[in-house]
Write a protein that binds this ligand. Structure first.
Ligand code: FAD
Length: 391
């Protein structure tokens, strides 16, 4: 059977593209090798799907070409998606920093996309593995589950490599290479850091403790929650920083951002405070953290007994903790893949490959990676909608 459009990948971008193309009267087939559509949508945002952000800008995305994402993000905005969510009567709320989450379940978003596809007459075939794609004069021939499928336009929406147990594969990258497109290097991102040596022991001892911290890489700083884990460091501040971190680079962490230990010590001193540093700091930071941190700092006496030199050293250690992560937890826990298909070879308006008529790439498979906070879904919706309007 011949289709106008075949979309490989029934995830966020693929379903948005299919529904949009179907609504234009195109005959659309979506194939996915998984037994369920939109698995990442279902597991996203802790089961509540952080489906977009109120503040979307190109600066919230990383790509070798930082301009590439601008056109799609301005043509299908967060307000368009919020409008769609509203039309479907899905209750949602802002959590923090403009992040919008479903009040109930992430499945509300998936059901909405599937309903849009259904209304537009889109056919969805799950458990369908595409193993070969070839170009013909009229379009493309796909070999899927030993059957041949034909289409005029082929949309690749196979996502990134994170969470292989959810169906992630490198198939989209392989297809891109088959058709002469190049890839940028790909690494797990929005991912916890792993530590080694004494800092691993420190983190292990504090596993489960979280505090507000400012994590600075060579390129950028993020202030948010930091969580100590059995393997190292996690939490939003760390995941955001991982998007800008290269293996081997040191990072610096301010464990009491917005305050100054030096000034605080001077205040305690002026007030005649004779409590130990542990007692005083425990009013500002989690007690378990203070105990472990002072063990490493090797110091705990009444706050009025510290010399200026000792105060300087403690200030430095608290506000400027220097360490080099040994790595990241990898694709097993990463939210996204940073890097992907080089956008130089893709039209930023239509998402068609410049060298292959009728071949489109959308979503995370491209070298466009958003921050934590709904930015990656907004990229999937925007790129899917733009391609869906032309395929
Ligand atoms: P995907 O949604 O990954 O869809 C790709 C589809 O292609 C999948 O259905 C897959 O089965 C299919 N596929 C892959 N290979 C093949 C193949 N060879 N043949 C057929 N089908 C194939 N982003 C946010 O903005 N907010 C969040 O709250 C959020 N939470 C997240 C939580 C977790 C745990 C994870 C892992 C990610 C989260 N993300 C979040 C990121 C977001 O899920 C992705 O960026 C987004 O899903 C990418 O959309 P996509 O359509 O490009 O790819």
């Amino acid at each position: 059977m011949t289709w106008d459009v075949i979309v490989i990948g029934a995830g966020a971008a693929g379903l948005m593209c299919a529904a949009t193309a179907g609504a234009r009267g195109r005959r659309v087939l979506v194939v996915d090798h998984a037994n369920k559509a939109g698995k990442k949508i279902l597991m996203s945002g802790g089961g509540r799907c952080n489906f977009t952000n109120m503040e979307i800008a190109a600066s919230n995305y990383r790509s070798q070409n930082p301009h590439f994402c601008k056109s799609a993000l301005s043509r299908y905005t967060q307000w368009d998606f919020i409008g769609l969510v509203g039309q479907h009567g899905i209750p949602y709320h802002e959590k923090e920093l403009g992040q919008l989450f479903c009040d109930n379940k992430a499945s509300d978003i998936l059901s909405m996309l599937l309903a849009q596809c259904d209304t537009s007459g889109v056919e969805l075939r799950l458990n369908t593995t595409v193993c070969e794609v070839s170009k013909t004069d009229a379009g493309f021939t796909l070999l899927a589950n030993d059957h041949k499928l034909f289409c005029e336009s082929l949309v690749v929406a196979t996502g990134g490599l994170s969470i292989p147990t959810m169906g992630a594969t490198g198939f989209g990258y392989e297809l891109a290479q088959q058709f002469g497109l190049t890839l940028t290097s790909r690494v797990p991102s929005l991912v916890p850091f792993t530590l080694s040596g004494k800092w691993l022991e420190f983190a292990k001892g504090l596993a489960g403790v979280s505090l507000t911290a400012s994590v600075t890489t060579a390129k950028i700083a993020f202030t948010n929650q930091l969580l100590f884990t059995h393997r190292g460091l996690s939490g939003p501040a760390v995941l955001q920083a991982s998007n800008y971190w290269e293996l081997g680079e040191p990072i610096s962490i301010d464990l009491l951002p917005g305050a100054s230990l030096k000034n605080q010590m001077a205040e305690w001193h002026a007030a005649g405070n004779k409590q130990t540093l542990k007692n005083c700091l425990s009013q500002m930071l989690p007690k378990r953290f203070v105990e472990s941190w002072l063990d490493i700092a090797g110091s705990n006496k009444p706050v009025n007994q510290y010399t200026p030199k000792e105060i300087d050293a403690l200030h430095q250690q608290l506000h400027c903790w220097q360490l080099t992560p040994s790595g990241t937890e990898g694709y097993r826990t990463a939210e996204v893949t940073r890097g992907g298909i080089d956008t130089d070879q893709i039209s930023s308006k239509t998402f068609e490959a410049k060298n292959v008529k009728g071949l489109y790439f959308i979503g995370e498979v491209l070298d466009v990676t958003g921050w934590l906070g709904g930015y990656n879904f907004q990229w999937a919706w925007a790129s899917g909608w733009c391609a869906g309007g032309v395929v």
